[in-house]
Design a protein around this ligand. Sequence first.
Ligand code: ZN
Length: 343
Amino acid sequence: MNKLLPTSTAGSLPKPSWLAQPEKLWSPWKLEGEELIEGKHDALRVTLAEQCLAGIDIVSDGEQTRQHFVTTFIEHLSGVDFEKRETVRIRDRYDASVPSVVGAVAREKPVFVEDAKFLRSQTTRPIKWALPGPMTMIDTLHDAHYKSREKLAWEFATILNQEAKELEAAGVDIIQFDEPAFNVFFDEVNDWGIATLERALEGLNCQTAVHICYGYGIKANTDWKATLGHEWRQYEKIFPKLRESAVDMISLECQNSHVPMDLIELIRGKKVMVGAIDVASNTVETPEQVADTLRKALQFVDADKLHPCTNCGMAPLSRSVARGKLQALGAGAEIVRRELSGN
Ligand SMILES: [Zn+2]
């Protein structure tokens, strides 16, 4: 991609109300069978058109084809029992009822490959596909089999690598692993979290990214953020090791967050997806606000490595707010692009 400051989104976008109830996580599908398949395709076409109109350069499916960024992937694996649910603490923050690992985990067939092929057939723009990262997967499950977070993470890394290689073959340009758990379990991240991430992206020739955020704009997350104090220095604990890792791009939360921008210096050399859109607020940023965040980031990341992005996924927002935020992102990046090229 030769264009300066190519824009993208971190993950999900709202679904149309005829497909699933909007502004809700884990929202059940309203269609079934063939109608559901067709409905997902139609929703993908709509979200793709909206991204293109807003000037988003690297497009995605907006996760129209899945209910949740972690559980939908896990649903397709054997060794996990969705009937046997246990309440566990997720991200050390909130309790949720989750399925149990009851035997050896395996991927019997591709999970998102057909959806990626469909997206590929609909656009000539570069496409990005998101997968959950190994640590975030184990943190969204009850493990009654391996009885070791690390062991299970290595198993998932192998499975993710199989899926990633097939997504690459389907024409995906950037494969992104979502690891919000990286912002919580620092010792584990440094001991084996980054190593399992590298296993998941081993042998890929396409670009690879890791998305590390402070979570969706849901209450459990905004309450937690309120306890983090004035300066959020969580990234500082994992950036030195991430800088040495094999991952190409790192997606961060920068808009309205209390992350000191100078922490980005610690990953100098990596491509940085700078979150310039707050997903925990219904206030639509102005293009000038987006541009301002990007200018600040440019002090710590070279222009040819800066990818303007959103803080996180926008699934919980209304469609009109999300659309406005996409447009602000596209317009804000264009302001800075012009400044950099001297026009
Ligand atoms: Zn996120």
